[in-house]
Design a protein around this ligand. Structure first.
Ligand code: ADP
Ligand code: TRP
Length: 321
């Protein structure tokens, strides 16, 4: 079994990213060797400034290591662009990719609908993702629901390639747990960097408290009884608190004389405590950037050995050797 996933360095991770994706990876790493990479080539499809991209890559490395990605055990952690073979494989996969398959990709169509002026990189994004997955012979790919179609495209391309050139690629399966709920943002919609409604995992206490205090609620007064089942604050509290603690909060809601401000304060405290060990680890790691880059470099060396072996098979299969 080869577990693999990529994460785009596209800004400060929020609790939606943590519970929707990071936690799955952290849980899976106990089951076997797990490749995790920072998808910096993918992030380039939004044309970040060079300095910003570098900063985001470093911060994401800190975030993942602080959250518990264990590179001393099963995790192989690296930067996508440290393995340039992936772009060669992408080119080769491009030649078996029907245009229509990419034209039907939801994430591409969504971006078009939102008025983005697409570059070719955005259009061929799924082919690069297929190359990521197939290069390392991945069998299990933990991702969020929004990536399901990209995994299907990967399988389609692997099947097409294998049909034409022989059985070179292993077909990967997605790991998309249904039970992973969509985490609501401060406005009640899905939490997302693009909606400006996030609660970041790391950052200054004041900023995080402010984000929590911004969670929308209805406008019931302090003394009125409230409905815990429809309240965003309770939905978020559930991510951090035990069942008994959630039941206790629900009872206070129903009884009245418990304000949304109280609930938000309780949410903030739980969340602050939950991330405390990770925050401390992050602060430690941040003091030694050299160590962080070294971890990525060691990961890249491992990944590159695997990539080179796959590319050798691919080049032979297609007639480039
Ligand atoms: P964003 O929408 O904030 O830009 P990304 O698209 O970068 O997030 O998503 C990175 C990962 O985090 C994906 O696997 C995605 O499914 C997961 N994810 C993002 N937002 C949420 C959320 N609100 N609830 C659950 N999972 C989420
Ligand atoms: N497209 C993924 C996302 O936005 C990131 C990604 C790039 C990825 N390559 C991958 C995920 C390969 C899994 C496997 O979340």
């Amino acid at each position: 079994m080869r577990i693999l996933t990529g994460i785009q360095p596209s800004g400060i991770p929020h609790i939606g990213n943590f519970f929707g994706m990071m936690r799955q990876v952290l849980d899976l790493q106990s089951k076997g060797e797990t490749f995790v990479f920072i998808a910096d080539y993918h992030a380039m499809t939004t044309n970040p400034a060079a300095e910003k991209l570098r900063e985001n890559v470093f911060n994401l490395a800190l975030d993942m290591l602080a959250c518990g990605l264990d590179t001393d055990k099963n995790a192989v952690f690296f930067r996508q662009s440290d393995i340039p073979e992936v772009t060669e494989l992408m080119w080769i996969l491009n030649t078996v990719t029907p245009l229509g398959l990419l034209e039907r990709a939801h994430s591409y169509k969504d971006k078009l609908a939102k008025g983005f002026l697409p570059n070719t990189g955005l259009f061929t994004y799924p082919v690069l993702m297929a190359a990521d997955i197939l290069l390392y012979n991945s069998t299990l790919v933990p991702v969020g629901k929004d990536q399901k179609q990209h995994l299907e495209i990967t399988r389609d391309l692997a099947i097409k390639f294998n049909l034409q050139y022989g059985e070179v690629f292993t077909l990967p399966d997605g790991f998309i747990p249904d039970k992973v709920a969509v985490v609501p943002g401060t406005d009640g919609q899905k939490m997302s960097k693009s909606y400006n409604n996030t609660i970041p995992i790391f950052g200054a206490e004041k900023a995080i408290r402010k984000a929590v205090m911004n969670v929308v609620t209805d406008c019931k007064g302090l003394e009125e009884p409230k409905d815990p089942d429809t309240c965003n604050v309770v939905a978020l509290y559930k991510l951090f608190a035990s069942e008994a603690e959630v039941a206790e909060m629900a009872a206070k809601y129903r009884a009245g004389n418990y304000g949304y401000g109280h609930a938000k304060q309780a949410l903030f405290e739980k969340m602050w405590e939950y991330f405390a060990p990770m925050r401390e680890r992050r602060a430690e790691l941040e003091k030694d950037p050299g160590q962080v880059w070294k971890i990525l470099q060691t990961g890249a060396e491992k990944a590159r050995a695997e990539a080179a072996a796959t590319m050798d098979r691919v080049r032979r299969a297609v007639g480039l050797r």
